[in-house]
Design a protein around this ligand. Structure first.
Ligand code: PEP
Ligand code: MG
Length: 833
């Protein structure tokens, strides 16, 4: 067995947590930082039972008395400054289920009266004494638990319980409870080790997946006694967790430390005898050391403060972490890069969105996929019409539907949140809600929507249209009734931290935005440009009939008319958007949408011929159908018209002094021939605009890489394409052959449960498959055109884990929905650290 090691001396002897336990190391660290710690010593792991030997225990007590410059009454040396002992334990790793501490070791009938006189109050010391006796009687002396329970019941007052306990112990063991402090220490050690070895202790280790033979170190510290008014103990933390500001606060208890885990409200810190300045100094030292919000337990004896323990608070929340990181860097305690590293992108997300303040009494209606973060409450509306009507009355409304389509966009934007019973993370509702910053829960499959009764039912609760629900888009929870909401509070500190992240990151951050409003939001949040403007989104809502006319045109004349109307509408949208874009880059993707999304949802056609035309466009697999560049190959007027609208808009804003950097992008390419033909269409539009306006509009042309074939042929595509943008939504869909709209509904949960997948591949980029295709395509593209610009515009562009991978393969930028821009900025910085 090893000898006891005083707090603060283990490090010099090269001892770590494997010998001293985490608490022994913690105390060493505090001493090394020059902080006052309570006198104490560690009996190393494996040596605790040595204390059962009286001589060893006496040696430890002598050492402790020297450290504390006090003696255990009735020791002769320092009778006016008595002490007792306190025993706790720790393992080599943090363990939440350790045996409880044992206090007031050394107390006996020989010294109790004298001690009560010093302290000036007896109640607390008797409480601690009774707890100590009970623990030791049960753990080390074999006293029956039922007898102990009966005794507790018979004597609620600890002043009566202590003599009864002493009698019971003597009755059971045939010997009086020892008054000798060394013998008491040996018994306490035995009881603690017995608890650790008990089936209860074993179960706790098993539950925490810790080895069964994990040892514990015992820590004996001086419990220095002083007068009631000048002594006590407390706990404090360094920051206000709501605001994150430095603001030490906590509680302080006058008197002796009790073993009671809930010692009552206590006094504010201001009442600490001797003042709180010393706590301030302790926090100033600890926070930079811990890189965390500091949490301390301390005691005050005769106005002297000493630490009993200190550590970083677990899960202090994003506000506190942000504020702390910025404070520490501003104090030059840490580098800015370290400050950036302290805030996890996933955690930061919570600062950017409203959150539900749950009390625990909410009624959970249903759960679905967390499709778009944030929280909102509102009246249930089961149709777009109803949602628009309720929103029009100025009320908050939650759109609840089985799925949404482009026709629902105005309602989606008017709603405070959207809930769908079907559909996954890449479904229409999810993508639109994320883009617009509306909370969304999708695939809440337990919701039964009854459009006749106008009700939704789930979890045994039926709610009617007009009833209020609360939606948590971060967790996927939907609650019946109104829950309190804490609004998003991006703080000035967050701005500072994100500015530092920008200095560090190598990856560019753009946004997916289709209109001026979303673009403005994204630029405010730090986006450097637009990486994807989905032009079909400009045709949703009011402008839907324009596309319908084109798709259903029965004659060339009708087609030309439809195209003209479309061009006019689009030119005005582009002009608004380019004004916001200013001199930044913008990637405009020409139309890409499965045709059926544009057809009238109600199946109402003008005449039989039109209905026939619609039927003819029907596809079994619309996602694999006449989409993107394929439609432009068949309907050759569309892309030139869109490109012309874009170029004319550029001419307009250029006359106002702006020069947006145009990148025209062709979607869903799988043949190099499709790309070159589409580029010819775009070039012809540019030539026409140049002839008409006299302005030669500068632009780049590029291709999306959304099909495995496009990835494989990246070298050929870059013969024409000046940039490539990986559309990892479709690329994931087509690489796996998983339908992006259905997979979460039908099989994802099963795959996750059975360990076939660890995440939805539509949320976190699949490195091995899709990632390998992207890596290979990037290499081939750069091989054929070294200056090629490479980006990602799928949903993965806003996911921290995916960003880390995309950074590692050297892409130029990622593009994500506006609200995720800050997360992407931070994640991109983390990726380089
Ligand atoms: C993609 O497929 O990744 C993409 C960005 O395009 P969309 O989501 O519009 O299909
Ligand atoms: Mg796509």
């Amino acid at each position: 067995t090893r000898a006891a090691v005083p707090y603060g001396q283990g490090r010099g002897r090269g001892l770590g947590a494997d010998v001293l336990g985490v608490h022994g190391v913690e105390m060493d660290n505090l001493v090394a930082l020059g902080l006052p710690v309570v006198p104490g010593l560690t009996v190393p792991i494996g040596s605790g039972s040595g204390l059962e030997n009286r001589e060893t225990a006496n040696t430890a007590i002598d050492l402790l008395e020297k450290l504390a410059v006090r003696g255990i009454w009735p020791a002769t040396r320092t009778e006016r400054r008595p002490m007792l002992m306190h025993l706790r334990c720790s393992a080599p790793v943090p363990v939440s289920a350790l045996p409880p501490a044992i206090s007031v070791i050394g107390l006996s009938n020989r010294n109790i009266d004298a001690l009560v006189e010093v302290i000036g109050r007896d109640r607390d010391i008797y409480d601690s004494w009774a707890a100590n006796l009970r623990f030791v009687a049960e753990g080390a002396l074999g006293v029956d638990v039922d007898d102990l329970d009966d005794l507790d019941d018979d004597h609620p007052d600890s002043r009566a319980r202590v003599p009864a306990l002493l009698d019971l112990i003597e009755e059971t063991t045939g010997a009086p409870y020892p008054a000798d402090p060394a013998e008491q220490l040996g018994l306490a050690a035995k009881a603690m080790l017995a608890r650790w070895a008990s089936p209860r202790g074993q179960r706790a280790r098993k539950a925490l997946s810790l080895p069964d033979d994990l040892g514990i170190a015992l820590h004996v510290r001086a419990l220095r006694l002083g007068s009631w008014n000048e002594s006590g103990y407390g706990s404090a933390i360094s920051r206000d967790l709501e605001t994150g500001k430095y603001a030490p606060h906590g509680v302080f208890h006058l008197g002796v430390r009790r073993t009671d885990p809930n010692p009552g409200p206590g006094e504010p810190l201001g009442q600490v005898p001797g003042g709180v300045t010393i706590l301030d100094q302790i926090f100033a030292t600890l926070e930079p050391h811990l890189r965390g919000v500091a949490e301390v337990e301390f005691e005050v004896r005769d106005r002297q403060l000493a630490l009993l323990s200190a550590g970083a608070l677990e899960h202090p929340g994003p506000r506190a972490v942000t504020h702390l990181a910025v404070d520490l860097a501003n104090d030059h305690s840490i580098e800015r890069s370290e400050a950036v590293r302290m805030l996890e992108p996933d955690l930061m997300q919570d600062l950017l969105h409203a959150q539900l303040k749950l009390s625990g009494n909410e009624e959970l209606l249903a759960q679905g996929l967390p499709a778009s973060p944030g929280a909102a409450i509102g009246e249930i509306a089961l149709s777009s019409e109803r949602a628009l009507q309720v929103a029009g009355q100025g009320k908050d409304v939650v759109l609840v539907a089985s799925e949404t389509s482009p026709a629902d966009v105005p309602a989606l934007l008017a709603a405070t949140a959207v809930v769908t019973s079907n559909g996954g993370l890449a479904s229409h509702a999810a993508v639109v809600a994320r883009g617009a910053g509306r909370p969304a829960v999708c695939g809440a499959t337990s919701l039964r929507i009854d459009l006749t009764a106008r009700t939704v039912t789930a979890n045994g609760v039926t709610m009617s249209e007009g009833d209020v629900v609360s939606v948590n888009g971060r967790t996927g929870d939907i609650y019946a009734g109104a829950v309190m909401i804490r609004p998003a509070e991006p703080s000035p500190e967050l701005e500072v931290l994100l500015g530092w992240a920008d200095e560090i990151r190598e990856l560019g951050i753009r946004t997916n935005a289709d209109n001026a409003e979303d673009a403005a939001t994204a630029f405010r949040l730090g986006a450097e440009g637009i990486g994807l403007c989905r032009t079909e989104h400009q045709f949703m809502g009011d402008q839907l009939p324009l596309v319908q006319r084109l798709v259903l045109a029965e004659s060339e004349a009708e087609e030309i008319e439809a195209i003209a109307a479309l061009t006019t509408a689009q030119q005005s949208d582009f002009t608004d958007l380019l004004r916001v874009v200013g001199n930044r880059p913008i990637t405009v993707r020409l139309l890409d949408a499965p045709l059926h999304e544009f057809l009238p949802a109600d199946g109402q056609y003008r005449d039989a011929a039109q209905a026939e035309r619609a039927a003819a466009t029907h596809e079994s697999n619309p996602m694999l159908g006449l989409r993107g560049v394929r439609f432009a190959m068949v309907q050759q007027r569309l892309y030139p018209a869109q490109a012309e609208a874009l170029f004319r808009a550029w001419v307009t804003v250029n006359a106002e002094g702006l020069s947006p950097v145009l990148e025209v992008m062709i979607p869903l390419v799988s043949l190099p021939g499709e790309l070159s033909k589409a580029i010819t269409q775009v070039d012809s539009a540019a030539a026409a605009v140049a002839t008409d306006t006299g302005v030669k509009v500068p632009y780049l042309v590029g291709s999306m890489v959304e099909t495995p074939r496009a990835a494989l042929l990246a070298a050929s595509l870059t013969a024409d394409a000046e940039f490539l943008s990986f559309g990892t939504n479709d690329l994931t869909q087509l690489t796996y052959g998983f339908s992006r709209d259905d997979v979460e509904k039908t099989m994802l949960a099963h795959y996750l449960d059975h360990g076939l997948l660890t995440d939805s591949p539509f949320a976190v980029l699949d490195r091995d498959g899709v990632g390998a295709l992207v890596t290979m395509a990037a290499e081939r593209a750069r091989g054929s055109r070294p200056t090629v610009k490479l980006g990602v515009c799928g949903e993965h562009g806003g996911d921290p884990e995916s960003i880390s991978f995309l950074n590692s393969i050297g892409l130029d930028y990622v593009s994500c929905s506006p609200r995720r821009v800050p997360v992407a900025r931070l994640a991109a910085a983390h990726a380089t650290l």
